[in-house]
Design a protein around this ligand. Sequence first.
Ligand SMILES: NC(=O)c1ccc[n+]([C@@H]2O[C@H](COP(=O)([O-])OP(=O)(O)OC[C@H]3O[C@@H](n4cnc5c(N)ncnc54)[C@H](OP(=O)(O)O)[C@@H]3O)[C@@H](O)[C@H]2O)c1
Length: 250
Amino acid sequence: MTTQQLSGTTAIVTGASRGFCRGVAAALTQAGARVVGVARDAATLDEVREQLGAAFTPVAADAADPVVAGQLIDTYQPRVLVLNAGAAPLARPVHRHTWQTFSRNWEVDVQHAFHWTREALLQPLEPGSTVIAVSSGAALRGSPISGGYAGAKATIRFLTAYAAEESRREGLGIRFISVLPGLTPATRLGQGGVAAYAARDSVDVATFLASRGPALTPDQVGEEIARLITGPGHDQDAYLLGAAGLSPAP
Ligand SMILES: NC(=O)c1ccc[n+]([C@@H]2O[C@H](COP(=O)([O-])OP(=O)(O)OC[C@H]3O[C@@H](n4cnc5c(N)ncnc54)[C@H](OP(=O)(O)O)[C@@H]3O)[C@@H](O)[C@H]2O)c1
């Protein structure tokens, strides 16, 4: 899909009220798309609407609800889905988790990616559509004080690759791509992770961040995801995303 083809079409972006996907919503509206942004808190979504204008339609809903996924895809017939909604994990070592806290990212992040991916294949979305699922660099390395977070994010990468394979097998022409961002203090979820890992290493946050190099920002995430949707040459199923941009995931 070129920028011209994206312009005038609809993108649904989950978790669009703050963090990474506020940046994605901004980049896609700038590229001429209508963006339907889903998050639970209506007031924060309204702020995004004020910022981005009429091209942004706020929908206050739980993205992990299968009825929400089905209804919004039926209603808006999107050409782009960005599946980014995610719960902030409870930052504790594994033995301090209960099953309920350990599995939170499965119930929210994985469940939501599953419902929307399934709907995209069943509909099916128009040939040339793109579905981007936000995983995490933690899917490669683990995340020892985030309960089931890393495993959940690895499953989102698998799920997206399975969907890409089904799309190829059925000749649907829908691209399914997972993006694995690095940890960054630029979002609420990331701030919690950075603070927890700094404390675990017995260093202050500034020292922890200095050891990691430049941090990814929501604006960069927006620009890179827009490039992934519209730019040529992105033929991989999964990409790492850091401050230096996208690179194929190992
Ligand atoms: N920040 C990082 O360092 C980092 C690194 C790698 C991967 N990631 C991943 O990137 C994604 C975005 O993270 P972020 O850092 O931008 O987090 P964030 O600032 O906490 O934003 C999360 C967004 O998801 C929404 N959300 C959460 N649960 C939802 C639900 N059940 N239904 C609908 N919306 C929901 C939130 O809005 P409401 O609370 O109003 O619903 C918010 O808009 C997540 O999947 C995260 O795991 C983040």
